[in-house]
Write a protein that binds this ligand. Structure first.
Ligand code: GLO
Ligand code: MG
Length: 344
C-alpha cells in the first residue's frame, strides 16, 4: 500500500465568533485574509467555500468574477487551493421551504440560477467541484410536499447543473435532519441512488460528514465504504458528534476515538487522496474558547488525523487477517483497543 501524503482543508465558517441560537458572538470576527494566512501556517493545504464566502450572492457577475480572482490570488500567495464551492441555498428568503424541492416555481428558479452561478464562481477560483448540502430539501410535516416529486426535482436540478458545466463534479453532502425535521436524502445511499438517475452519473458523487452519518444512526466509516465501493467518495467532512442531538461539529476524534480511527483506516486502505481528494474538516470551536486560541480545534483535528494515521499504519495486517480467519473477534477487539491506548 502506498503511503501517500494527505492534504487538509477547512472552510472560513469553521473559524467563527461563537454565536449560537441562544446567544451572541463571544469572539472577534476574524478578517478573511487572516484566516487564510493562519490556515496555511497550521498545516492546511486548501479552503472550502460557500459561494457567498467569496462574494455576496447579490453581486453582479463582473464584480463576482473580479472578487473571485482576488480571492484565488490570495490563496495562491499562501500556497493554498480552493477545494470546492457550495451554493449557500438555505439562508435566502426564497428558499425558506427548500431550494430544489420548494413548491414555488419562482423559488426553484432562483435556486437553480444561483447554483449555476456557483459553478461559474468555482471555475474562476480554480475548482470544478461543487458541494450540495440540501439543507431545506425536506419537511417539517409530511403533508407539506410530495416525497416522490422531490426526488424528480432533485434529479432535474442536478441534470441542469451537469449541462451548465460539462466538466463539473457534483458532491452531495447528506444529513438526515436539522434544520428540517426530515430530509428527503438523509444518507449517502439515498444520494448515490439518485446519482445513477442523472444524465451523467460519473460526475455525481458524495462528500461524507462524520456527524451527519452519526445523526442518521450510522457509522461514518461504513458510509465511506459504501461511497468508496461506488468510486464516489470525493470529499469528507471529518468531525465528531456526541449522540443524537444538534449537529455539534466537534473536533475529529474528540468523542469516539475508535470511530475516528476507523474513518482514517478506511480512507487510508483505499488510498483516498491519490486522485486529488482532500481531507476536509467541518469542525467548530467550542463557544467557550478565547480569541487567541480559536484555531485550536483545527490544529487538533489535523493532529488527531495524523496520529491516527500512524496507528492505522502500525496495525499488523497479518495478525488482523489471522484473527478474522479464526473468528476471534474478542482478541481483535482488544488488539485495536491496545493500539488506541498505545500499549501495542
Ligand atoms: C451543515 C453542513 C454544512 C456544510 C457546508 C458546505 O450541517 O455540514 O456546514 O458542510 O455548508 O456544504
Ligand atoms: Mg459539513
Amino acid at each position: 500500500m502506498s503511503h501517500h501524503e494527505y492534504r487538509f482543508t477547512a472552510g472560513p465558517w469553521n473559524i467563527h465568533s461563537g454565536a449560537d441560537p441562544f446567544g451572541p458572538p463571544v469572539r472577534q470576527e476574524i478578517p478573511f485574509a487572516d484566516k487564510i494566512k493562519r490556515l496555511h501556517e497550521i498545516g492546511y493545504h486548501g479552503v472550502q467555500f460557500h459561494d457567498d464566502d467569496i462574494v455576496e450572492a447579490e453581486a453582479d457577475w463582473t464584480t463576482a468574477e473580479r472578487t473571485a480572482r482576488e480571492v484565488k490570488k490570495l490563496l495562491e500567495e499562501h500556497g493554498l487551493v480552493a477545494e470546492f464551492v457550495a451554493p449557500r441555498l438555505w439562508e435566502d428568503p426564497r428558499t425558506i421551504d427548500g431550494a430544489v424541492t420548494s413548491n414555488d416555481p419562482d423559488c426553484r428558479r432562483y435556486a437553480l440560477d444561483r447554483s449555476k452561478r456557483c459553478l461559474d464562481l468555482a471555475r474562476v477560483i480554480g475548482t470544478n467541484k461543487i458541494v450540495l448540502w440540501p439543507a431545506r430539501e425536506g419537511t417539517y410535516l409530511r403533508e407539506a410536499k410530495d416525497a416522490k416529486l422531490a426526488v424528480e426535482r432533485m434529479t432535474e436540478y442536478i441534470n441542469a447543473l451537469l449541462d451548465h458545466d460539462p466538466e463539473c463534479l457534483i458532491l452531495g453532502e447528506m444529513k438526515p435532519n436539522e434544520p428540517m425535521d426530515q430530509a428527503y436524502f438523509p444518507t449517502v445511499g439515498h444520494f448515490i441512488g439518485l446519482a445513477y438517475r442523472t444524465k451523467d452519473p460519473d460526475r455525481v458523487g458524495a462528500l461524507i460528514e462524520s456527524a451527519h452519518a452519526i445523526l442518521a444512526g450510522l457509522d461514518p466509516s461504513d458510509e465511506m465504504g459504501y461511497a468508496l465501493a461506488h468510486g464516489k467518495l470525493w470529499g469528507v467532512h471529518l468531525n465528531d458528534q456526541n449522540g443524537l442531538k444538534f449537529d455539534e461539529d466537534k473536533s475529529f476524534g474528540s468523542v469516539d476515538l475508535r470511530r475516528a480511527f476507523n474513518q482514517v483506516r478506511i480512507l487510508d486502505e483505499n488510498e483516498y487522496g491519490t486522485n486529488g481528494e482532500m481531507v476536509g474538516f467541518d469542525v467548530k470551536a467550542l463557544r467557550t474558547q478565547k480569541d487567541e486560541v480559536c484555531y485550536r480545534h483545527l490544529e487538533n483535528s489535523r493532529r488527531t488525523f495524523l496520529r491516527l494515521l500512524e496507528v492505522v499504519r502500525s496495525v499488523d495486517a497479518g495478525r488482523l487477517e489471522r484473527l478474522r480467519a479464526e473468528r476471534d473477534y474478542e482478541a481483535l477487539d482488544q488488539y485495536i483497543l491496545d493500539k488506541l491506548m498505545g500499549i501495542e
